[in-house]
Design a protein around this ligand. Structure first.
Ligand SMILES: [Zn+2]
Length: 273
């Protein structure tokens, strides 16, 4: 991929790992938060810390695939960033959905014209239970109208190209859907295996994208602390513990959507900060 000049480095972070190349794309400006806003009353810090909450989606060239992990908020903006990397939307053949919050999937639908898919040639991996729920009217009852429209449009558009994942599933060669429900029902992480080098040796650890299972590194140190905003707190704690076990075993390069920019680093537990 092309080398970036400043100030693009503030919005696009290039990386290479295990034979894959990728880019974190900043989809919104950093949003300073109080860490205490994420912690319940039993765990609030005496001395609060401000944390730079970032918003990203991820592009990866993995084996011969062009992969997006989530799609950001604005598809036009994300594809403009991809163009800088010489990637056109039609190239993308696989979209990995962590969950269907607006900041993760609104950019999968273009806001102009009839709301076509941003990545028209892709297949879309998503949790099977979540996919089933998206077919039910009851799922949308509590949502504001604009979100109902968004999620219904997305569901209709990807229906003939969806990969519903029931439990841990290899969605493409070397790319594994890892269920970790709790932040939202059907929330998922994705693990991308290292690619064999020219000598055939598997040179590296995998890449693990954890979506919003961890909204801040403090939850890697304290996976059992309730995280304000999780829809299913008990399941979220269980999922964080399972992910940490996986991280201990595989020592991946970790990516987390909302960690301080660019939100990527070696994840020997809490070293990414
Ligand atoms: Zn999010």
């Amino acid at each position: 991929m092309s080398k970036l000049q400043e100030p693009l480095e503030d919005r696009i972070h290039l990386f290479a790992h295990g034979g894959a190349e990728g880019a974190l794309l900043k989809i919104l400006d950093d949003d300073p938060h109080s860490l205490n806003d994420l912690l319940d009353d039993d765990h609030k810090l005496d001395q609060d810390r401000t944390l730079p909450f970032s918003y990203t989606c991820c592009y990866l060239r993995h084996r011969d695939r062009h992969v997006m992990i989530d799609g950001g908020i604005d598809g036009d903006e994300v594809t403009a960033q991809l163009a800088i990397l010489d990637v056109v939307p039609e190239d993308v053949d696989l979209v990995l959905i962590t969950h269907v919050d607006r900041d993760h999937v609104a950019g999968l639908i273009l806001q102009v014209g009839d709301g076509e898919l941003t990545y028209p040639n892709a297949r879309y991996a998503i949790d099977a239970g979540l996919w089933a729920a998206l077919q039910e009217d009851a799922t949308y009852e509590e949502l504001p109208k604009h979100l109902q429209r968004l999620f219904k449009a997305l569901t209709a558009r990807i229906a003939d190209r969806v990969i519903p994942c029931d439990g841990e599933t290899e969605v493409a060669e070397g790319i594994v859907f890892v269920p970790c429900p709790g932040h939202r029902p059907g929330h998922a992480a994705y693990e991308l295996a290292s690619v064999a080098g020219a000598d055939g040796a598997l040179g590296d650890t995998p890449i693990l994208h954890v979506g919003d299972a961890f909204m801040h590194p403090v939850f890697m140190e304290h996976p059992d602390w309730p995280m304000i905003g999780d829809s299913l707190p008990d399941q979220a704690v269980e999922s964080r513990k399972q992910l940490l076990g996986r991280i201990e075993r595989t020592n991946p390069l970790l990516i987390a959507t909302h960690f301080p920019w660019p939100g990527i680093g070696p994840a020997h537990c809490s070293s990414i900060r």
